[in-house]
Every structure is written in structure tokens, then in C-alpha cells.
Design a protein around this ligand. Structure first.
Ligand SMILES: *Cc1c(COP(=O)(O)O)cnc(C)c1O
Length: 435
């Protein structure tokens, strides 16, 4: 029997996260206070984040211990399986070997609980009673709602209004896990009221919802804010993905030539690639690392590398990142998790230093790849993850043309069970490309 699924034991769940900060050839530029333009310090962040996460944000320790309480919860679905895509390879008639790490096995169906669990844990430890956050399509809101149930925290999710009405099942899931879900823009915050007074029918955006969640956290003593991507500590927590994948590939004596991940804020991409990038930086292994984004929101391939706000209202610190501009409202594509104007400062700096590559695709070609994958491997991929699939297929076909037996690893960041209306739209022929 050919080996299809490479599994690890519970004991093989990583004991430490990998922190890439001390290994970066060019250090990341510090976040700036928007008023003074001075680098912000721990005191500026303490109203909204617990101290442990603030420390992780700037830590120069290469490895950071994962608390036992967090590992115990990871054990409900980790180590996540690594698959060899034999059937996809056969369908493409490629000599390349394709492997994918599947993060859709978490209760929320994506990689996002890897950081949500850690963030809820540190907040619980430091006495936080409630977490406020934003969500676009709902994956992050679901992950945090799930995480807060494990630690008896309350959870308030500001959900972008169009998704609130169009994605009822992710909303139901957040309710099931005990979260309060509020359509954003809302009357709960000044930022929300300001938008509503100008535009009562506003469909909302991720940038607006972030402003509301931060304002909620900053104005309530018992409440902290939680972000599902972009920040350094989020990239850190996601490295369990790549650390496991590296061990799994080692067990079948493989090392990837290509590593591919979709890029929204950069966290699942960081998670799969950083543990391998450390080998590239140290000169141990050469590997081509590719981030994949939608042409509708091409921060890496078309954005500018400069300081910008993380939200619409300008409440966040300024981050140096590839950005489309904080007032950019991306066209409403089905990969809602990739509709963010900015990007992780770490991923941005690595791109500026040419350690990683990027490519952008239109949504119809992405769905075509998703269908090829579902009809060969069976798993229904999330539209976000399908960006990585499209790139992996392109690389496999390139290997076929060149007769090369390369090894390709991509991250299947989540399943698409709540995205069936997007598949319906693709099959009906109504799906449009925009750029
Ligand atoms: C949120 C999400 C993404 C994009 O976010 P990153 O922080 O870039 O990983 C990708 N895939 C899935 C399934 C998501 O839920």
C-alpha cells in the first residue's frame, strides 16, 4: 500500500513555538504611535493585550514554550495530518510529489484556533473576563468563540455586516460556542456610530470592525482585544503547523523544494513556512517559499511597503507592511479571509528581503483548482486555501513540462463546508473576476 497519510503521535505535538524574529536578516521595523510617531512600548499596548503576548510580540528568544494547558487543547486535533496527494498527482500526470498539511481538522475548521487557544489562555491567566474581536467571513470569530469556551471567558465578535447577513451558519456557530455576535458598523461604539451617521446602509468592512472591537476593549476594564492574524505573536503560534510538517516529511525522508500558503494577514503562510525558512536563512537548505493572494486584494504583489494603520478609523499603531492603504475596501470576493488591506510586518520584511516570493490569482481560476482538488482528493477546500492549491497545481504542471521530480508542500488552511454558496456561484457561471 502506498503511504497517503503521515501521522504523528500526541507526544509529537511541538513543545515550543518557533520565533523567527532573532533569525531575520533585516529586523522588522517597530510599530509606531500614530500621534507621536515614536515606537510604541509595552505600556501603550497593556490596555488591550495581556503582558505575556506583548512580551512575545518583541521576544528575541528563538523558541518559546507552549504552556501545557494549551498543548492539552491542541491535542484534541493536533498533530494535524500531512497527506501525500497521490490522486491529485495522478490527475495532473505530474512527476512532482505533492504534500499538503490539513488544518481543517480543528473544531472550527481552520488553522485559526492555533493562536485563538493561546491568546484566550494568556488572557485567562492574567484575569481578563471578556475578549472583543472582529471577524469578516467568520472564521476568526468562530476560532475565538471556540477558544473562549475552553477558558470560561466571554466573547464579543463584531462581524462585518454583509457577512452577518450572508453567512448565517458561521454566525450560528459563534452563538453555539457562546459568543455575542454584533453586526458592524454598530451603535455599540463611537467608531460604529460615526460610520452609521454618514452611511446608515454601510455594509461594513474588516477595518471598521477592528476599530469597533479595539474601542470596546480599550473602554472596558475587564475586556481585552484579540487579533487573528498580522501581529508577530500570531505568526509565532501558527508555527506548530510547519514544525509538525517538517517532522512528518522527515519521517518519509523528504524536504520540500516549494512551500506554498495563501496570504491574508499572513498567519497560515507563516505557520507552514517559517520553520523551513530558518534552514534557508542559515544556508542549510534552499527552498522556494510562495505566498498566494487574490488579485482583488494584492497587498504583496501590488501594495506599497510603508507604515499604515491596521484599521479604518486609525486607532491601531502604525505598522510597516505591504499595504493597499487602510481606506481600501477590497471587492467582495468569496475568499473573505484574504480581504485585508495590509499584512504581517514579518512576512512583509521577508518579502522585501527577497526570502519569499508572491503570486496573485483571479477567483475563477482558484475555484477551478478547488474543484480539481475536491474531485481527486475528496476534501472540500476553503476558498482561501484554494489559492494555495492553484499555485501548487501550477508548480506541479511546470514540473511536468520540465520533467522535474520536485517536492511541493502546501498548507490546506481550512475546509469549505460553510462556503457552499460560493461553489454554487462558481457552478452557476455567475462568478466574476475583478482586479
Ligand atoms: C483566515 C483564513 C486565511 C487567511 O488568513 P491568514 O492569517 O493569512 O492565514 C486563510 N485560510 C483560511 C481557511 C482562513 O480561515
Amino acid at each position: 500500500m502506498q503511504k497517503t497519510k503521515i501521522l504523528l503521535d500526541e507526544n509529537d505535538i511541538p513543545r515550543k513555538w518557533y520565533n523567527i524574529l532573532p533569525d531575520m536578516p533585516t529586523p522588522v521595523s517597530p510599530p509606531l504611535n500614530p500621534g507621536t510617531k515614536e515606537p510604541i512600548g509595552p505600556k501603550d499596548l497593556s490596555p488591550i493585550f495581556p503582558m505575556e503576548l506583548i512580551k512575545q510580540e518583541v521576544s528575541q528568544d528563538r523558541f518559546i514554550t507552549i504552556p501545557d494547558e494549551v498543548r492539552d487543547i491542541y491535542a484534541l486535533w493536533r498533530p494535524a495530518p500531512l497527506y501525500r496527494a497521490h490522486r491529485l498527482e495522478a490527475a495532473l500526470k505530474t512527476p512532482a510529489k505533492i504534500f499538503y498539511k490539513y488544518e481543517g481538522v480543528s473544531p472550527a475548521g481552520s488553522h485559526k484556533p492555533n493562536t485563538a487557544i493561546a491568546q484566550a489562555y494568556y488572557n485567562m491567566k492574567e484575569g481578563t473576563e471578556r475578549l472583543a474581536t472582529e471577524t469578516g467571513a467568520g472564521q476568526w470569530g468562530c476560532a475565538l468563540a471556540l477558544a473562549t469556551t475552553y477558558f470560561d471567558l466571554k466573547c464579543t465578535v463584531y462581524m462585518v455586516k454583509v457577512s452577518f447577513t450572508q453567512k448565517p451558519y458561521r454566525r450560528s456557530l459563534m452563538h453555539l460556542w457562546g459568543a455575542d455576535v454584533i453586526a458592524s458598523p454598530s451603535n455599540h461604539t463611537d467608531s460604529g456610530k460615526k460610520i452609521l451617521s454618514k452611511d446608515p446602509g454601510s455594509p461594513g468592512s474588516l477595518g471598521i470592525a477592528i476599530s469597533e472591537a479595539i474601542e470596546d476593549a480599550a473602554s472596558h476594564e475587564d475586556t481585552h482585544y484579540s487579533l487573528g492574524s498580522v501581529l508577530n505573536h500570531v505568526m509565532l503560534h501558527q508555527t506548530v503547523i510547519g514544525m509538525e510538517a517538517k517532522e512528518q516529511l522527515a519521517r518519509v525522508e523528504e524536504y520540500p523544494d516549494y512551500i506554498i500558503g495563501s496570504v491574508g494577514g499572513g498567519s497560515n503562510f507563516a505557520g507552514i513556512s517559517f520553520p523551513f525558512l530558518s534552514d534557508k536563512i542559515s544556508g542549510k537548505h534552499d527552498v522556494k517559499v510562495i505566498g498566494v493572494e487574490p488579485t482583488a486584494c494584492p497587498s504583496l504583489t501590488k501594495g506599497e511597503f510603508r507604515y499604515d494603520f491596521g484599521d479604518t478609523a486609525g486607532l491601531t499603531p502604525l505598522l510597516k507592511m505591504y499595504t493597499m492603504g487602510h481606506e481600501y475596501i477590497p471587492p467582495s470576493i468569496h475568499a473573505g479571509g484574504l480581504r485585508y488591506h495590509g499584512l504581517s510586518p514579518i512576512v512583509s520584511q521577508l518579502y522585501a528581503d527577497k526570502l519569499i516570493d508572491a503570486v496573485a490569482y483571479h477567483q475563477k481560476e482558484v475555484f477551478e483548482a478547488a474543484v480539481t482538488f475536491a474531485r481527486s482528493e475528496g476534501i472540500v477546500p476553503a476558498p482561501e486555501s484554494s489559492h494555495a492549491i492553484k499555485c501548487a497545481i501550477d508548480k506541479a504542471l511546470e514540473c511536468k513540462r520540465n520533467g522535474e521530480k520536485k517536492t511541493i508542500l502546501f498548507n490546506l488552511s481550512g475546509h469549505g463546508h460553510f462556503d457552499m454558496s460560493a461553489y454554487d456561484s462558481y457552478f452557476s457561471g455567475n462568478m466574476k473576476d475583478s482586479s
